[in-house]
Design a protein around this ligand. Structure first.
Ligand SMILES: [Zn+2]
Length: 452
């Protein structure tokens, strides 16, 4: 996409149509997944900051996503239902709620419309009928497939090398597929097994292929051409490539004007993924004493198109900066002045520079160093926070985390002051300052803040 976001022109000048591929709700999402949702939240907030309205849609995949991520294997939801002895609907509801609760903790603005694959079976069947009529489909013993050789530019998004894929055809598991890149639009239920989730169709009882829902639902809510579509970079070679192929085959129009993909979160130098084992959830962050907002803040330290390496030490570093930021923000007092125009302009330049959050953070720290008055600083930072989404305006004194040993020293010193033991009080103040904290005395108590 044009990396100057403010120059972006939506089809409807009043509203940007924006689609995000949501989660497959068969398990808890991990913080690598949430990197994608923090990224699309930053994009949405930036568009709003630039004055656009955003019609944002996110799907919930509750059927059709198979364990292989392609057309083989078990349905992920049905597999979890079997392993947890629950119904597919119970599994989907439980993990959908967990996902939404995590979004809230990460201060991610919810989409205007949530749409579930199982609520849109009719739309998906209608789309297959259109594709069938236009000659893009064929039937095998296990489903209805999309014939990618019928499109003139299959794989254009990922610049796929299809010749390379032909060579791989020797190991292709489904010999009935005409081309290795063909994919299922509709899968038939296995003959020997009753699925929990299956529907009638003109071709036989079954369920939709994973990619189909995104095309069908984005068309329903956003029209045949959408302005922006986001997702993780892992979606480029298959899922988004197939969304484009089937949508453009059906409508003859461009499906998406701008794609924006975020890079992976790495752990131990590998991609954080469920299939790799060892992934971290939001709940685990909390258990280890990290407010999920710290994870959001950590994400702002890198560009969305760069890989981000997760370590607990790096997260602790983000926590330290976040505590410092909160303390400095509170020092500005409670009264709002006027946002400083020059700083707002600098901030706008940073966020519109392909969402450069690292650059925007530099502008933020510069506000503290500047000589504008505290009220105006506060108002300026609250404007920035409309994009950062850290909830700065809700931060209060109690939230600034003070280490136990410092708290103890402060309490001891307060006691010394009450007893008018000034020598001891001075000694303790020095000790506290040495540890990096400043004390401001008020009439009957004292207030702590972190040293710069
Ligand atoms: Zn999708």
């Amino acid at each position: 996409m044009s990396r100057k976001i403010e120059e972006f022109k939506p089809q409807n000048p009043d509203e940007v149509s924006f689609y995000t591929c949501g989660p497959t709700v068969y398990d808890y999402a991990h913080i690598g997944n949430y990197r994608a949702y923090i990224f699309n939240d930053i994009l949405k907030r930036t568009l709003r900051f630039d004055g656009f309205n955003v019609l944002h849609i996110m799907n919930i995949t509750d059927v059709g996503h198979l364990t292989s991520d392609s057309d083989e294997g078990e349905d992920k939801i049905e597999k979890s239902a079997r392993l947890e002895s629950k119904s597919a609907a119970e599994i989907a509801d439980h993990y959908t709620e967990a996902f939404k609760s995590d979004l809230k903790k990460l201060n991610i603005i919810e989409p205007k419309i949530w749409c579930k694959a199982t609520d849109h079976i009719k739309e998906q069947l209608d789309l297959i009928k259109v594709l069938e009529k236009k000659g893009f489909t064929y039937q095998t013993s296990d489903g209805i497939y999309f014939d990618t050789s019928k499109t003139k530019d299959y794989g254009k998004l990922a610049k796929l090398n299809l010749e390379g894929q032909e060579e791989g055809a020797r190991v292709e598991k489904n010999p009935e597929k005409k081309n290795p890149s063909d994919f299922a639009l509709w899968k038939f239920s296995p003959k020997d097994q009753k699925r929990q989730m299956e529907w009638e169709s003109p071709w036989g009882i079954g369920f939709p292929g994973w990619h189909l829902e995104c095309s069908a639902m984005s068309m329903k809510y956003l029209g045949e051409t959408i302005d922006i579509h986001t997702g993780g970079i892992d979606h480029v070679p298959v899922h988004h490539t197939n969304e484009i192929a089937q949508s453009e085959a059906a409508t003859g129009k461009q499906f998406v004007r701008f794609w924006a993909h975020n890079e992976f979160l790495l752990m131990n130098s590998g991609k954080m993924a469920k299939s790799e084992g060892g992934f971290i959830t939001v709940e685990e962050l909390e258990k280890k004493g990290f407010d999920p907002i710290v994870y959001r803040f950590f994400n702002l330290s890198s560009h969305y198109r760069s890989k981000l390496n997760f370590t607990w030490e790096a997260l602790q570093g983000a926590k330290n900066s976040w505590e410092k930021l909160k303390g400095k923000f509170l020092d500005l007092g409670q009264q709002n002045g006027t946002p400083d125009e020059a700083f707002i302009e600098k901030f706008k330049t940073a966020i519109n520079n392909d969402l450069s959050m690292p650059q925007a953070l530099v502008v933020m720290w510069d506000v503290f160093k500047s000589n504008i008055n505290d009220f105006d600083k506060r108002a300026t930072l609250l404007e920035f926070d409309k994009v950062f989404g850290l909830g700065l305006g809700n931060v209060d004194e109690d939230e600034v985390e003070v280490p136990e040993e410092i708290k103890k020293l402060v309490a001891e010193r307060d006691k010394a002051r009450v007893n008018k033991n000034w020598e001891k009080s001075d000694e303790l103040r020095k000790e506290i300052e040495k540890a990096g904290w400043l004390l401001e005395d008020t009439a009957d108590t004292s207030r702590l803040r972190k040293k710069d």
